[in-house]
Ligand binder design. Structure first.
Ligand SMILES: [Zn+2]
Length: 290
């Protein structure tokens, strides 16, 4: 029996999402599927279904994906707004294209070949077909590394975050978003929660387990919050009575009407920097006192 991918704690069946076969850590609560390995996931991605579902509507969906990218760039801007950026799991390249338009020297990697090709052919952006573990990453190369709805797909996410953290330049940041398995929707819907996607979402993060994963990877968390899905929706969907009713219900349960909350909303976002070395901390202290 394996142990927790984040804290090496013992595992038990995850009752919240049963019958989906997730295991939960008895120490940190992280839920994941150690029964899925890279080979099983590669078969899902290459098997046609995944590409078919996500790939067919590429051009029609592109304006919406660029809008998503602008929401994310606005979130990142207070912490990182220029320099070399690597988008991991770049899909069809919309974020890379939008980040370049915002002034980043942006490129991406994507494990599904047809997506990487679409990014190059339709958007002219530098997205190559690669997985994190196959990438030759130069230490200190990037000001920003982004993972938008990617971390939940990764086997052994801490080891991969650690590799990416080493590729950050001093002051550089990792920015990411995952579905929030610790929020209201996941609690209410259990195995019916639409973001569960148990065949590809190997990891189910809560605010606490995401923070722990980032820290175990040698990162310092600058910001971690949950956010409502609303900013990603087109205006018509935002004004849909069912969406408005859902938001009103969430505001009632959370006793908070704001679209951001420490644990309650559907999406979980974070910004983290590479932890300073002891030497850098001493230099900082001396600099502050000078
Ligand atoms: Zn754990």
């Amino acid at each position: 029996m394996s142990s927790c991918w984040i804290c090496e704690g013992d595992l038990e069946p995850c009752t919240q999402f049963a019958p989906a076969p997730f295991l939960a850590c008895t120490r940190c609560g992280f839920a994941f599927r150690p029964d899925l390995d890279e080979a099983a996931l590669a078969r899902v991605y290459a098997g046609g279904d995944y590409e078919g579902i996500r790939g067919d509507h590429y051009l029609r969906e592109l304006p919406a994906r660029r809008r998503d990218a602008r929401v994310r760039l606005r979130y990142m801007r207070p912490w990182v707004s220029r320099g070399r950026l690597l988008d991991v799991g770049a899909a069809g390249g919309a974020f890379v294209a939008e980040a370049a338009a915002w002034g980043f020297d942006a490129s991406g990697i994507e494990p599904v070949e047809s997506f990487a090709r679409a990014a190059r052919e339709h958007l002219g952006v530098a997205v190559r077909c690669s997985r994190i573990e196959d990438l030759a990453l130069a230490s200190g190369r990037y000001q920003a590394v982004t993972l938008w709805h990617v971390l939940e797909h990764l086997v052994e996410p801490v080891a991969k975050l650690r590799r990416l953290a080493e590729a950050l330049a001093p002051g550089g940041a990792i920015a990411l978003e995952v579905p929030n398995a610790g929020g209201l929707s996941a609690a209410r819907m259990g195995p019916q929660w639409p973001s569960l996607e148990p065949d590809v979402h190997v990891c189910q993060f809560t605010p606490a387990s995401l923070r722990r994963a980032l820290e175990r990877a040698g990162l310092e968390v600058c910001d971690l919050r949950t956010t409502a899905i609303t900013p990603y929706l087109p205006l018509r969907a935002r004004l849909d009575p069912r969406h408005l009713a859902g938001r009103a219900k969430a505001a009632y349960w959370l006793r908070d009407g704001r679209s951001e909350h420490p644990w309650g909303h559907e999406l979980l976002r974070a910004i983290a920097r590479r932890s300073a070395t002891p030497r850098q901390r001493v230099d900082q202290l001396l600099g502050d006192r000078a």
